[in-house]
Design a protein around this ligand. Structure first.
Ligand SMILES: Cc1cc2nc3c(=O)[nH]c(=O)nc-3n(C[C@H](O)[C@H](O)[C@H](O)COP(=O)(O)O)c2cc1C
Length: 184
């Protein structure tokens, strides 16, 4: 960081991926699992790029590796779900971040899931879920930004699973802020 000086010319080239990675690790997020089906196959991937995009109409977004089998399944089937993980679901987060582990025939045997409205798999015992119909796919470099119309959603109070500085973490009561924010 340096004091404000007259504006230097803007650099002409973007930073290297490692520079973005080095900064982005300090952006604290929740942890969710993106799920979809395509024919007999089911797909799941741990994601932190989930965002509630719009309330009216109800839209959510998530960025997924553009050339992943899951992205292909969402494009083909047009339906998917996002399940927000609870603090005690760290094992599920790790599993679906493991290369090759997020694909199965029929259903995942060790991670129970069910369906809600669209037929996309929703994780049992998650903190919240969003059941979506694909509305648009925007190009985002090596990722694709999935924009989904929320057809059903629900949540329950509980400890969320967090991710910060390359580690899974959880909130603690001592760290809760007492004032409420302006954004409800
Ligand atoms: C906390 C966390 C958040 C992640 N967020 C995303 C994400 O938003 N989008 C994505 O495509 N991959 C994300 N990943 C990476 C994928 O989970 C991981 O690369 C993928 O599941 C590896 O399996 P595959 O190679 O079989 O696809 C995240 C990983 C972790 C640990």
């Amino acid at each position: 960081m340096s004091p404000l000086r007259p504006r230097p010319p803007a650099p002409r080239t973007p930073v290297a991926p490692d520079a973005v990675r080095a900064a982005a690790r300090y952006w604290t997020t929740g942890v969710a699992v993106l799920t979809a089906r395509d024919g007999d196959e089911v797909f799941a991937k741990t994601v932190s790029s989930f965002t509630t995009l719009s309330l009216d109409p109800p839209l959510v977004s998530v960025a997924v590796a553009a050339h992943s089998p899951l992205a292909a399944a969402v494009r083909a089937d047009g339906r998917y779900a996002v399940s927000v993980l609870a603090a005690d679901q760290q094992g599920v987060g790790r599993r679906f971040a493991t290369p090759g582990a997020g694909r199965a025939l029929g259903m995942f045997t060790t991670v129970p899931m069910h369906t809600e409205v669209t037929g996309a798999p929703v994780l049992d015992h998650c903190l919240a879920w969003f059941d979506c119909r694909l509305k648009a796919v925007l190009p985002g470099g090596d990722h694709a930004l999935l924009i989904g119309e929320v057809l059903a959603a629900d949540g329950r109070p509980g400890e969320p699973l967090l991710y910060h500085d390359g580690q899974y973490r959880q909130l603690t009561a001592q760290h809760a802020m007492t004032s409420t924010g302006a954004h409800a």
